[in-house]
Design a protein around this ligand. Structure first.
Ligand SMILES: [Zn+2]
Length: 490
C-alpha cells in the first residue's frame, strides 16, 4: 500500500512541476495540489478504503500516467531549479516553500557589481552602487527570506531601491522579508500597479481559481501587500550611487510593465517582454495583454543595442548580436500575428476565420525562441481580436443564445439518442479529434451523469492532451475537465 502511495506522490510531484504556468501569467503558472510532502505523509497512513477520496485530478493522472510525460514536454519555463511547494503557495509564507527556495536559489555575478539571482520560476537582478543596493523584482511571497540571504552572501550594503517590473505575484511579493529585516528601500513601480493590486483584492476568488492557488492565501486587503513608495508614468531616470537606471514603461503582458536599461553597462533587464519562447501574449485565463505595445517595447530595446539581456524568466542572453537576433525575431513574430489579426478585422472576416487562418512564416515558425510551448500564435490572435472588439463572436445565434444544456439536448435528439451521439463522436475522433470534441461536449452538457458519456470525455480529452497540436495551457484546460468528470464518476 505504501508503495502505491509513494508512486502516486511521485507522479503528482512530477506533474506539478510542469503545470506551473506564468504565471502570473506566468503565470498560469501553477497548479493547486496540496503539499506533496503532506500528501505523502497522509496517504501512507490512510487505509486503502479511503483511497477513493483522491481528487479527480490525481485519479486521472494515476490512471493515465502517459499524460504526465506529455505535459512535461511543453511545460518548462526556463528556470530549472523548480519548487513544488513554492508553486503551490505563491501568495503565502508557507514554511516548506520558504525552505525549498532557500535551498534552490542561485546567485551569479554576471558583470562588475551586477548579480543574476535565479529562483524557482523567476529571476531577480541585484546591482551594487556606492549608495547601496538596487534590486529588480523580489520574487513570489515565499522567496523573500532566500532572496535576503542570497543578497547578503555578496554584499552588506543597505537595500537602497527596489524596482517592481510589474505587479504579478512572482515579481514583487518577496519584499516583506527585506522590510522585516529592517531594510528601508524606496520601492518604484509604474502607476498602473495600484489598480492591479486593488483588482487582486477585489477578484480574490476568481484569481485563486484561474491561478490554481489556495484562496485564503491571496491578499485580503491592502495591508497584505508591500506597496511601492514612488510611481511613474512613462519613463524615469534614476542616478543611484553613480549608476544610471532608465525605467521604460510599455504595456505588454501587463499594463504596468517596465524594463530597465543600464546605459553604461549596456545591459537590458527585459522583465517579461522576452521569455525565450512564443510568449504569454495569448492567455485564455488571464486579463487582456497588449501586443501592439509589446512590439514597441521590443523595438525600443533593439534600438538600445544591449550587449546583455537579463530576462525575468529563463536564461540570460549574452552578446550584442544574439540579443539583437532574439529581440528582432520576437518582434517580427508578434507583428506578423498583429497585422494578420487587424487585417482580418478590417476585412470584416468572422473572428474565428481570422485566428484559424494564421500561419507564421517558416523562418519564424522554426525559430528556437518562438516555440509554441504555452500558448499558440492563434491564441495570441484571439487576444488581439478581443482587445479591439466586443464580446460577440460574429455568430448570430450566439448574441442571445439558448442555454448550452438545451442546445445539447437537441443535438442528442438529432443523433437519435445519447448512445448514438457517443458512437458518432467516437467514430469521428478517428478522423478529426478536434471536431469530435464538439460532439463530446454536447453529449456531456446534455447528460453529464451518463457513464458512457463520462468515458467518452476522458478518452477524447486524454487524446487531446497527447496530441502534438496541444500546448501547455490548453492541456491544463483538458486535464481540469477530465478531473471534473472523473470526480462525478465516484
Ligand atoms: Zn513573470
Amino acid at each position: 500500500m505504501k508503495l502505491i502511495f509513494k508512486i502516486l506522490a511521485f507522479l503528482i510531484a512530477i506533474v506539478i512541476i510542469f503545470l506551473v504556468g506564468f504565471f502570473t501569467g506566468k503565470s498560469n503558472r501553477s497548479y493547486q495540489i496540496d503539499s506533496v510532502a503532506e500528501k505523502l505523509k497522509r496517504k501512507v497512513t490512510t487505509p486503502i478504503s479511503d483511497a477513493v477520496q483522491l481528487s479527480g485530478r490525481k485519479l486521472v493522472l494515476l490512471e493515465n500516467p502517459e499524460l504526465i510525460s506529455r505535459i512535461m514536454e511543453g511545460g518548462s519555463f526556463g528556470n530549472e531549479n523548480f519548487s513544488i511547494a513554492a508553486a503551490q503557495n505563491m501568495f503565502s509564507k508557507d514554511e516548506d516553500a520558504i525552505e525549498d527556495i532557500i535551498d534552490k536559489i542561485e546567485i551569479h555575478k554576471v558583470a562588475p557589481r551586477i548579480w543574476f539571482i535565479r529562483m524557482p520560476i523567476v529571476n531577480c537582478t541585484l546591482i551594487e552602487t556606492d549608495e547601496g543596493l538596487v534590486l529588480i523584482d523580489t520574487g513570489m511571497k515565499p522567496s523573500g527570506p532566500a532572496l535576503l540571504k542570497a543578497i547578503r552572501s555578496v554584499s552588506n550594503k543597505p537595500i537602497h531601491t527596489i524596482i517592481y517590473t510589474h505587479g504579478h505575484v512572482d515579481h514583487c511579493y518577496g519584499t516583506w522579508s527585506l522590510i522585516e529585516a529592517g531594510e528601508q528601500p524606496q520601492i518604484i513601480a509604474h502607476k498602473n500597479i495600484i489598480n492591479r493590486f486593488n483588482r487582486y483584492i477585489m477578484l480574490r476568488g476568481s484569481i485563486a481559481k484561474y491561478m490554481s492557488q489556495p484562496e485564503d492565501q491571496l491578499p485580503e486587503d491592502s495591508a497584505d501587500i508591500v506597496w511601492p513608495t514612488r510611481y511613474f508614468q512613462e519613463q524615469l531616470t534614476l542616478n543611484i550611487g553613480g549608476v544610471e537606471f532608465q525605467l521604460k514603461h510599455y504595456k505588454g503582458e501587463t499594463d504596468d510593465q517596465l524594463f530597465v536599461w543600464l546605459p553604461e553597462q549596456k545591459i537590458v533587464l527585459a522583465a517579461d517582454y522576452y521569455q525565450g519562447f512564443l510568449p504569454n501574449a495569448g492567455n485564455g485565463k488571464r486579463v487582456q495583454r497588449d501586443v501592439k505595445e509589446w512590439i514597441k517595447a521590443l523595438k525600443a530595446m533593439i534600438e538600445l543595442q544591449p550587449e546583455m539581456m537579463i530576462p525575468s524568466h529563463g536564461e540570460l542572453v549574452r552578446g550584442q548580436q544574439q540579443v539583437q537576433e532574439n529581440l528582432l525575431v520576437l518582434a517580427e513574430a508578434l507583428e506578423y500575428i498583429f497585422t494578420h489579426s487587424i487585417k482580418g478585422l478590417n476585412a470584416g472576416l468572422r473572428k474565428d476565420q481570422i485566428y484559424q487562418s494564421i500561419e507564421l512564416p517558416a523562418h519564424l515558425e522554426s525559430h528556437p525562441i518562438l516555440e509554441e510551448k504555452y500558448v499558440t500564435a492563434k491564441d495570441i490572435s484571439k487576444m488581439i481580436i478581443r482587445q479591439y472588439t466586443g464580446w460577440w463572436d460574429d455568430i448570430p445565434s450566439h448574441w442571445s443564445p439558448a442555454p448550452l444544456e438545451s442546445q445539447s439536448e437537441k443535438i442528442v435528439e438529432l443523433a437519435g439518442g445519447i448512445d448514438g451521439l457517443v458512437a458518432f463522436s467516437r467514430e469521428l475522433s478517428g478522423v478529426d479529434l478536434t471536431l469530435a470534441s464538439h460532439f463530446t461536449d454536447w453529449a456531456y452538457y446534455a447528460d453529464p451523469e451518463n457513464p458512457e458519456v463520462q468515458q467518452l470525455v476522458l478518452e477524447i480529452y486524454r487524446r487531446r492532451i497527447l496530441s502534438d497540436e496541444s500546448v501547455t495551457q490548453e492541456m491544463l484546460v483538458y486535464l481540469d475537465h477530465m478531473a471534473a468528470v472523473r470526480e462525478r464518476m465516484r
